[in-house]
Write a protein that binds this ligand. Sequence first.
Ligand code: PA5
Length: 417
Amino acid sequence: MKNNIDLDYNLALEIIDDIKNDPMGAWFDLPDNFPDSELARIKETAKKINETSDYLVCIGIGGSYLGARAVYEALLPLKNGKTKLLFSGNSMSEREIKKILKEIDGKDFSLNVISKSGTTLEPALAFRIFKEELIKKYGKTEAKNRIFVTTDPESGVLREEANREGYTSFEIPLGVGGRYSVLSAVGLFPLAVAGVDVEKLLDGARECKLSQTSPEKIEDSTLVSYAFTRFYLYDEENCDVEVLASFEPSLMYFNEWWKQLFGESEGKDKQGIFPASVIYSTDLHSLGQYLQDGRRNIFETFLRFGAPSPKRENPIFVPKLNDDSDGLKYLEGKTLAEISETALSATISAHSSGGISTIEISVEDEDGSGVSEKSLGFLIFFFETACAISAILHGVDPFDQPGVEKYKKEMFRLLGK
Ligand code: PA5
């Protein structure tokens, strides 16, 4: 991280206070205020779904989709949940819907429709289609037992339908907007169904909140340093693109979640840093060339999870050969994780020497489990808070998205609504 930046810790604390007091800042308290009774209901309902369903089709878009998918995909190689998640309602593609219909054909499934407003077109269309499938397969009464709604606590067509039909429902608290909602029932319910330890996710977020945002810790806060550094790079060094980089392909949807969070929060009033992402080492053989030698309007933020502990993760070692016919003798005895860690350090060093400002964010569980519920919970809260601080430094409201409405208006006009 750059160290020639004057970090104004008092300003950081003031901004954090503003976030807490914002009517849309209730997400900041989710890690320590999540009601125990609601968590218990989430887990119980998840267990029932595990008994009845091979698949849970999660229907939602944007903030009502990406957080759950980010954590699910990141942990998928490690989890063996009884119910698999499928994601729909996040595009208007017929092919995608057909793919999912094919996958659930002959299998037991339930639906979790997630929409705060209840009126977003993509999930509303997918809900109609999958509800019809559910009724065809199970009949009207049983279908109702297989529909789970996550929406506004008070209003909207989904809330009305849930009340009218008696669906099991969860609330998205009023002060929690879509892209800040993964640690509410929006993310926790489907993730619990998938076998993710959602309490550990909240533990990680709580740990981040305590260690990164409390007044006693603020001067050691990587989170504050990150938020201020990215603003400095934008404001003083004309870097208007940030590339989030990691060496773990299963973090692809974490990148997507991160891009949506920053893009929708900051891209306003003709300003903001454009959020982009790469997965290395794959992209070192693609965008790596541009990062090394292209236009210098970019800075790069590396995520480092630490090599997974050999004991826990059953490491893959480079096999030993009697000869050196493939030229890899020098790597024998090393694990793939060690080699990847070294490649990460080498990439930071190469890109820095190419004139790219680099930021490194390291998260490690005390048990050395690398990408885990706890480290993901930590990072989710880390980026949510850093994003809100950064948007406020840019002078824009982190919690609205007026630009998204414009395309909707035009589309509805053309569709004759
Ligand atoms: O972050 C946001 O607020 C948006 O991305 C919304 O989550 C997205 O537009 C979906 O909205 P809704 O949950 O109302 O269907």
